[in-house]
Design a protein around this ligand. Structure first.
Ligand code: ADP
Length: 233
């Protein structure tokens, strides 16, 4: 119980900090956006409208990222739609393909999945699964050039929940890592934020689901995301 209270405290603090940082970043972005629009006619005259277009596009992208981060770290109700699990997973796998290729590993979707539906905030759940696949990619030792990095995604159901399993044959986690996994800012990576899993935990909790982890050092890790099934009649 103490552990949970502590974690929620930290998450609440994280929510407050990220809200104020997001606010402070958004203001200058709005100013930059306005001034670029004022400069646009001059850029067009110089034949450089492309620059303005890219600047505007990138500002909008930065705003989207802030919005999403804010959305997922504050305890708001998810914006839900009913979606088949298989199409959600297919989209996620597509998004990971280029990175998998670059890192020399394989993301395998077992798409013999029954027609299961869940009611979720698609953006948020995609973010959770993507984060887990990326963590799995980081779990392969690239320095040894070890091949055969395999990430498998499958889904099955019981009478209440869909269980989405993301497993890897990477380096696994020791006891200490496992016990701090969902703590905000806990990371074992040089350039990690330690936010991925704490934000994922909150997103899944907001969806009335839960996350389970199995891991063995030297063998690999499996994350299981469980979400309530929506029965389509
Ligand atoms: P970050 O990826 O920025 O470190 P996360 O919250 O996503 O933050 O992950 C926290 C830590 O959990 C990672 O630094 C890593 O040590 C461990 N971890 C997460 N997923 C895996 C995995 N699939 N295999 C091994 N370790 C993992």
């Amino acid at each position: 119980i103490e552990q949970t209270a502590y974690r929620n405290d930290k998450l609440a603090m994280l929510g407050k900090i990220s809200a104020s940082i997001a606010h402070e970043i958004r203001n200058p972005l709005t100013a930059i956006r306005g001034f670029i629009q004022l400069l646009r006619p001059h850029l067009i005259k110089l034949g450089k409208d492309e620059y303005a277009r890219i600047i505007l596009m990138e500002i909008d992208r930065a705003n989207d990222i802030i919005y999403e981060f804010l959305n997922s770290s504050k305890p708001s109700a998810p914006q839900t739609t009913v979606i088949p699990v298989s199409s959600l997973l297919k989209e996620v796998v597509l998004l990971t393909e280029s990175e998998a290729l670059m890192k020399g590993c394989q993301v395998l979707l077992h798409d013999d999945i029954l027609p299961l539906h869940i009611s979720v905030d698609v953006k948020q759940i995609k973010q959770v699964i993507l984060n887990m696949v990326k963590n799995a990619m980081d779990a392969f030792d690239l320095l040894t050039g070890e091949n055969g990095g395999l990430i498998e995604i499958r889904a099955h159901r019981d009478n209440k929940n869909v269980h989405i399993c993301i497993s890897d044959n990477g380096k696994g986690m020791d006891h200490n890592t496992l016990s701090h996994l969902f703590d905000p800012f806990f990371t074992t990576k040089e350039s990690g934020t330690g936010l991925g899993l704490s934000v994922s935990y909150r997103i899944i909790k907001n969806h009335k689901g839960y996350i389970a982890v199995n891991s063995t050092v030297g063998k690999g890790t499996e994350f299981v995301i469980s979400l309530p099934i929506v029965e389509i009649v």
